[in-house]
Design a protein around this ligand. Structure first.
Ligand SMILES: Nc1ncnc2c1ncn2[C@@H]1O[C@H](COP(=O)(O)OP(=O)(O)O)[C@@H](O)[C@H]1O
Ligand SMILES: [Mg+2]
Length: 391
């Protein structure tokens, strides 16, 4: 068992409030990931859970038991840091077993647990080496091994992969997944790596400035961000934010005017917002790539007869966030249709060219008429009968 409950946790350093009332419910076996901008309080929250910092107020419960006054070693928690924090003069084996030894665990049991952990982490060959003789990835594995042998109820990881290069991070990510499946232990994990959060988490907690902005599964956070901050923070590359104005809203949809006068119809119920309300249409790059071209072509093809080539319609998936008087409100997610602006632009150019040609033909015609009348006058003056137009 390893459930974790956090109730209205506040933490201040002097007069600086770092955690401003955090509530969180982590069920046994979950893999919860904290994300948020640097300095938002992720590490502080983890340290408070571990007992390395005392909360200013609020409660921490592990398996339903309040642990505020329980020392870190007795909380059933193991923490892994970004910097590994291994003892340089100890072998891998001794680094992994030290905590157990200090807790008075029998030697045989230390040996057994170390063996299991080292095999899980493919460290068997390196057990007699010192940290300096290992690569970064191997050192981090040792730090994880040291946590595993303690058989904690909850693992805390603070950016454990940040010091590794990109390809190793990807590999370690898979190993974390495997490890979690194998052990089934509750994990609370901090990262600033979007891919890590999206692939590992059963739940993501988005923090900002000492507050929880949203908690939810990766898909919920990605597809139904509660506010503009979450919408733009989660996702890489991040969501496009298109500013516009709500023109009309009925049960069927919202019509939004965006830059350049383009109208976008979004099938969400935005009736609680008055026409004229500033609105932000959030568009994930993934949705543009995945649907705009294909759907645009399909729609243009479907309308081929009626609309012709210059009435292409792009059907896009959009995440819509409305800003109503400074308060951000979620409107929903839906397909939205926009007239393809490239077609409009080409259309406008044709119109302009046509108009210029018309002007030119008109002026040439006028000049021709003038010359003809001049010729007639000259002809009359010299006494010649002017030629008829069709001669
Ligand atoms: N021991 C401390 N004393 C004073 N301020 C601290 C201390 N630890 C952290 N802070 C401050 O708390 C804020 C949150 O820090 P931290 O939890 O490390 O953020 P994160 O891990 O999200 O980047 C930062 O502004 C940091 O300067
Ligand atoms: Mg941190």
């Amino acid at each position: 068992m390893g459930s974790l409950k956090i109730e209205n946790i506040r933490k201040s350093f002097g007069n600086v409030d770092v955690l401003k009332g955090i509530d969180l419910d982590v069920e046994d076996g979950e893999f919860v990931i904290f994300v948020g901008p640097s300095g938002c309080g992720k590490s502080t929250l983890l340290r408070v859970i571990a007992g390395l910092e005392d909360a200013t107020s609020g409660d921490i419960l592990i398996d339903g038991k309040r642990v505020n006054n329980t020392p870190p070693a007795k909380r059933g928690i193991a923490m892994v840091f970004q910097t590994y924090a291994l003892y340089p003069h100890l072998s891998v084996r001794d680094n992994m077993g030290l905590g157990l030894k200090q807790a008075g665990t029998p030697t045989e049991e230390i040996k057994e647990r170390t063996k299991v952990a080292s095999s899980m982490l493919s460290l068997e060959e390196y057990m007699e080496r010192r940290p300096a003789e290992l690569s970064g990835g191997q050192r981090q594995r040792v730090a994880i091994g040291r946590a595993i042998v303690r058989e904690p109820k909850v693992f805390l990881f603070d950016e454990p992969l940040s010091n590794l290069d990109a390809s190793l991070r990807t590999q370690m990510r898979l190993e974390f997944m495997e490890l979690h499946r194998e052990l089934g232990t509750t994990v609370v994990y901090v990262t600033h790596d979007q891919a890590e959060a999206m692939t590992l988490a059963s739940d993501i907690v988005v923090l900002r400035n000492g507050h929880v902005e949203q908690t939810g599964s990766p898909l919920e956070i990605f597809g139904r961000p509660r506010n503009r901050f979450v919408a733009s923070f989660v996702g890489s590359p991040s969501m496009n934010m298109i500013e516009g104005t709500l023109e009309a809203a009925d049960a069927a949809g919202a019509r939004v005017v965006v830059g350049g006068g383009t109208r976008i119809t979004i099938p969400v119920d935005a009736r609680r917002s008055a026409p004229g309300t500033p609105v932000t249409v959030g568009l994930r790059p993934e949705h543009l790539d995945g649907h705009a071209n294909g759907a645009g072509r399909a729609a243009a093809g479907d309308n081929g007869g009626a609309g012709g080539a210059n009435s292409g319609t792009a059907v896009l998936n959009a995440t819509v966030v409305a800003v109503v008087g400074g308060i951000v409100a979620w409107l929903g997610k839906g397909r939205f249709e926009a007239i393809d602006r490239r077609f409009e632009a080409v259309d406008r150019r044709f119109d302009r060219l046509e108009a210029r040609l018309d002007d030119r033909i008109d002026s040439l015609g006028a000049r021709l008429d003038a010359m003809r009348s001049d010729l007639t006058q000259v002809a009359l003056a010299v006494g010649v009968r002017p030629r008829a137009e069709n001669d």
